[in-house]
Design a protein around this ligand. Structure first.
Ligand code: PMP
Length: 428
């Protein structure tokens, strides 16, 4: 296989024709596949099903202090759940607020409260500024950007480098601009690139010197335990590094069991310094009488401790590994040598991120959609939905059964090549 860029126009036209024929064959199959979100498959949901009955079976609805979890109370969670997550995240139970079923919801709420009331250290609520800004390492998680757009927070795109976001740029920007109030981070197995921040990047985050006294790092550890192989990525504990730097109030960490047990019916949490936790609890008490403690109890009784969860995650890994292999193998078989795309091979997380040639992502996904396969729309991984180079595509292999995934990926590769042929021909 030689690089597509080195083909002459007849060669490209011949290839385009052959690809169009293949494409039309797929199109005639009337496929209907949705790969737009990173959802666990039914098989993955099945592995947690015993958890649902654990309380009823034992008629045990009480936390370790005898609190009846069927009733109101315990704003920040039951003690054994706080200990469970503290062990998982290597922090202390006092640094944890357990919330409802969604960490994204907790992030939204954090920002909503900051807008109306500020965070610890704020001189005024964020809405009192003409404009506030967030830094957005990209490609990133579209729903983070959605929250900013919703609150009219200006987003500044930060490039993702090999070992995390561009720290030179971040350090410079936060130290100069008081209206930069936050940054989104998915530090481990990032969405969508599956990258894990290096020790140096974590340390540089902990040592940021923001001009804003109420600047916050939104450390969304959504994929902390979501490994795809025995070789796990390791990441420094941001709170340890912040304690050394005296900056522990600068971080809000989030995690959930959405992709451990049930998305939408898991347990989410916010971890922060003790002063942050007490500040937030004073606001939270107005917001709710308390979270779903039965679900917390179910989770703790089911997993027992961090090891229980790690074992459970191996089962997810076993289901997911063949799917990721299928994606990566198909990309290699179909695209290697053409030099029309680059992609990552993540060791964890939920996505494979692929970059087409500049200007080909939208066209690739339109071709794919017209043949019945939907993926996350092009641009979604960037602030305002705008990928200036129009090249990043998020592939979500988790939900479809393997056979469907195989078909979808073969078709996807045809679409990448077709879009590339069209692009090269248009430039000739
Ligand atoms: N953060 C990231 C980076 C995610 O990828 C997701 C799920 N797609 C979430 C948060 C959502 O988590 P939750 O279900 O806890 O709201």
């Amino acid at each position: 296989m030689k690089p597509l860029q080195s083909y002459n126009s007849e060669e490209i036209e011949a290839l385009e024709l052959a690809l169009k024929n293949e494409y039309n064959e797929y199109k005639s199959k009337n496929l209907k596949l949705d790969m737009s979100r990173g959802k666990p498959s039914t098989k993955q949901l099945d592995i947690s099903i015993d958890m649902l009955h654990i309380l009823e079976n034992n008629k045990d609805y009480f936390d370790e202090n005898g609190t009846d979890c069927r009733n109101y109370g315990l704003l920040d969670g039951i003690p054994e759940a706080k200990r469970f997550f503290a062990e998982l995240l290597d922090i202390s139970p006092e640094e944890i607020i357990i919330g409802g079923n969604s960490s994204l919801n907790m992030m939204y709420d954090t920002i909503a409260r900051a807008m109306t009331h500020g965070v610890l250290g704020s001189e005024k609520p964020w809405f009192k500024y003409d404009k506030i800004k967030f830094l957005c390492p990209s490609p990133g998680y579209d729903r983070h950007f959605g929250i900013c757009a919703h609150f009219n927070i200006e987003m500044i795109t930060i490039d993702m480098l090999e070992d995390g976001p561009d720290m030179d740029k971040i350090e410079k920007l936060v130290s100069e601009d008081e209206t930069i109030k936050g940054i989104w981070c998915v530090p481990k197995y990032s969405n969508p690139e599956g990258k894990t921040y290096s020790d140096e990047v974590v340390r540089r985050f902990a040592n940021l010197k923001p001009k804003a006294t109420d600047f916050r790092i939104f450390w969304d550890n959504a994929y902390a335990w979501h490994h795809l192989s025995d070789k796990h990525d390791e990441i420094l504990n941001i709170f340890d590094e912040c304690r050394k730097a005296g900056t522990e109030n600068m971080v809000f960490e989030y995690a959930s069991t959405s992709k451990v047990t049930f998305p939408g019916a898991g347990v989410a949490l916010l971890a922060a310094s003790v002063p942050n936790v007490s500040f937030i609890k004073k606001q939270l008490i107005v917001q709710t009488i308390g979270p779903d403690k039965l679900n917390q109890l179910r989770h703790v009784k089911y997993f027992k401790d961090a090891n229980g969860l790690y074992e459970h995650m191996k089962k997810h890994g076993e289901i997911l590994k063949p799917k990721f292999n299928c994606v990566l193998q198909t990309l290699k078989n179909e695209l290697d040598g053409y030099e029309v795309a680059e992609w990552n091979s993540p060791r964890g997380g939920y996505f494979v991120s692929l970059n087409t040639m500049d200007g080909c992502a939208k066209r690739t996904l339109r071709l794919l959609k017209e043949a019945g396969v939907v993926m996350t729309s092009a641009g979604a991984t960037f602030p305002y939905g705008v990928d200036k180079r129009d090249r990043n595509i998020r592939i979500a292999p988790t939900f479809p059964p393997l056979e469907e995934l195989e078909t979808a990926m073969k078709l996807f590769c045809i679409c990448v090549k077709l879009a590339s042929c069209e692009k090269i021909l248009s430039n000739l």
